[in-house]
Design a protein around this ligand. Structure first.
Ligand code: NAD
Length: 364
């Protein structure tokens, strides 16, 4: 029996997680679901956003299904106690270095994008972001009095952008392998014209490419990639990039699809153990109202079945069911438009369950 650590978290987290779990249960798989608090909820109950018991559960599980964490009311807490530290702690403890963010624009939702429908109809791209290195974690960092620069003697803050060869090699392998399973096209995004880190990134990606001659590789500077994503997003297939560029580009790609409430994500270790979560946050503005879109979390559960539990057919049943409810015209408020039927979080989950139990698998 496979063990799943279920961590609903804060805000809309518990509401959307309840629907994802309902969907998993409808598949009648042999899964053991173990629940634990995380984020602000865990801070309230045990004084830390990632208590030892939650971490242990995650470490012992085959995969982690994560809702969302955070609330503005915790903004004044010292950094190490803020809810978002739970995600960073889990990534570090579980060795999750590869973040997969698909951006798929469902045919029925093309109008929800801020781009013209013809630019996004059928969009299906995958952004792979390195998660453990880069300027987010590089030392040294801090605040000090400047000894040089334009304003010696002034207060200054500094961070360090760093990447080592093995860090780049392992994410490059993941990206080439992912590209192989899709359309065999990979774009590596960097800023090699300005940054040493990016130059090493580019050199290593080119070296690793020698092992994947069947995959077409191109390189793009991050500023151009940001432009191309809104100009002609369908030109991309798989994109691989560092932590900071990936953070920004994956959010940009998410918005092309219209609603952040539709987008799943996966963060994987070297053995495909992973943490699966919606791309959005805890949405405190709509928490408790029963209107959040649960589909990103439901689709994250599908990614979990595919990547960590090796159950691609079960994953495909979820994906088909989501397509089916959209085709029926069911929409939560974030994706609602004239002529479609507005449903609550729970009604959307129920509809996916119904579609799973009544429709056949479209793809396997
Ligand atoms: P957010 O993603 O929570 O919300 C942005 C907007 O999108 C809001 O208007 C929200 O109502 C809407 N939205 C988000 N998910 C939705 C859904 N499933 N259905 C319908 N509408 C949805 O981002 P934010 O407001 O910047 O952050 C809120 C909190 O979430 C902050 O504390 C932030 O730190 C945290 N956060 C957590 C994660 C995570 O847990 N991985 C990620 C991002 C932000």
């Amino acid at each position: 029996m496979k063990k799943i650590a279920v961590l609903p978290g804060d805000g809309i987290g518990p509401e959307i997680m309840a629907e994802a779990v309902k969907v998993l249960n409808a598949l009648d798989l042999s899964l053991q679901l173990d629940w634990a608090d995380v984020g602000g909820k865990a801070y309230e109950t045990s004084g830390h956003p990632l208590p030892p018991a939650t971490l242990k559960l995650a470490q012992e599980a085959d995969a982690v299904l994560f809702g969302a964490v955070g609330d503005w009311k915790y903004d004044k807490l010292e950094r190490s106690l803020r809810p978002e530290q739970a995600i960073l702690g889990l990534r570090k403890a579980l060795g999750l270095f590869a973040n997969f963010r698909p951006a798929i624009c469902y045919e029925q939702l093309t109008h929800a994008s801020s781009l013209k429908p013809e630019l996004v109809a059928g969009l299906d791209i995958l952004i792979i972001r390195e998660l453990t290195g880069d300027i987010y974690f590089g030392q040294p960092r801090g605040r000090r009095t400047a000894v040089d620069g334009h304003f010696p003697g002034a207060e200054e803050a500094f961070d360090t952008m760093r990447y080592s060869r093995p860090e780049i090699e392992r994410i490059a392998h993941v990206a080439f392998q992912a590209a192989r399973k899709r359309n065999k096209r990979l774009t590596s995004v960097d800023k090699a014209n300005v940054l040493e880190t990016s130059q090493l990134w580019k050199d290593v990606v080119i070296e690793v490419h020698a092992q994947y001659p069947d995959v077409e590789l191109d390189h793009m500077y991050v500023d151009n990639a940001a432009m191309q994503l809104v100009k002609a997003p369908k030109k991309f297939d798989v994109v691989v990039t560092g932590n900071m560029f990936g953070d920004i580009l994956s959010d940009e790609a998410a918005m092309l699809t219209g609603s952040i409430g539709m987008l799943p994500s996966a963060s994987l270790d070297a053995n495909n153990k992973g943490l699966y979560e919606p791309s959005h946050g805890s949405a405190p503005d709509i928490a408790g109202k029963g209107i959040a879109n649960p589909l990103a979390t439901i689709l994250s559960a599908a990614m979990m079945l595919k990547f960590s539990l090796n159950l691609p057919d079960a994953a495909a049943r979820i994906e088909s069911a989501v397509q089916s409810v959209l085709a029926q015209g069911l929409r939560t408020a974030d994706i609602w438009s004239e002529g479609t039927t507005k449903v609550s979080t729970r009604e959307m989950g129920d509809a996916v369950v119904k579609a799973i139990t009544t429709t056949k698998t479209i793809k396997s």
